[in-house]
Design a protein around this ligand. Structure first.
Ligand SMILES: [Zn+2]
Length: 179
């Protein structure tokens, strides 16, 4: 397995819209394994293929404390969103930035597994928030795009200075480690 390089803001490749996966072959299997290697090495909870410059609709997630629950979502679709909450997020592709984002905290999701077998599942809390963050990556959207105007301005100014930008208005909500 190989640890992959992660694209960082403002790399324009992060704005690429991912294509659906249509071939479930050895190349895809290798990409899934390499993305998990990269996820665990980065101590993150989620990674979208877009972040490693592979522009297909593939997401890997593990929100467990002991890193024992790897989940693969290919061509994911959100069927139902419920229970809106404000959650503080961060992102491997926007290092040093945190910000509060409004997300659904309960989801019904349909996707394919790494073998192309369809499944549906319910996600809540951190897993639900993480999946929405990763689906945004597949669409070329970053979580900082979802911050309020003033917070975005602050983040941009801090990033230009090369410093650490904390856009969170107030403590609270659960912290989502890099995703
Ligand atoms: Zn991210």
């Amino acid at each position: 397995m190989t640890r992959l390089a992660i694209l960082e803001y403002p790399d324009p490749r992060l704005r690429t819209k991912a294509e659906p996966v249509s071939r479930f072959d050895a190349d895809l299997s290798r990409l899934v394994d390499d993305m998990f290697e990269t996820l665990y090495a980065s101590r993150a909870i989620g990674l979208a293929a877009t972040q490693v410059d592979a522009h297909v609709r593939l997401i890997v997630i593990d929100v467990s404390d002991d890193r024992s629950a790897p989940s693969v979502f290919i061509n994911p679709e959100i069927l139902l969103r419920r229970a809106i909450g404000m959650v503080e997020e961060s992102c491997l592709s926007v290092p040093g930035v945190m910000g509060d984002v409004v997300r659904a905290t309960k989801l019904r999701v349909r996707a394919l597994d790494r073998h192309g077998v369809p499944f549906e599942c319910d996600l809540e809390g951190l897993a639900a928030v993480c999946l929405q963050h990763e689906i945004d990556h597949l669409l070329g959207t970053l979580f900082v795009d979802r911050l309020s105007f003033w917070k975005r301005l602050k983040v941009r100014r801090e990033l230009r200075r090369g410093g650490r930008a904390v856009a969170a208005a107030e403590p609270g909500g659960s912290l989502a480690p890099g995703a």
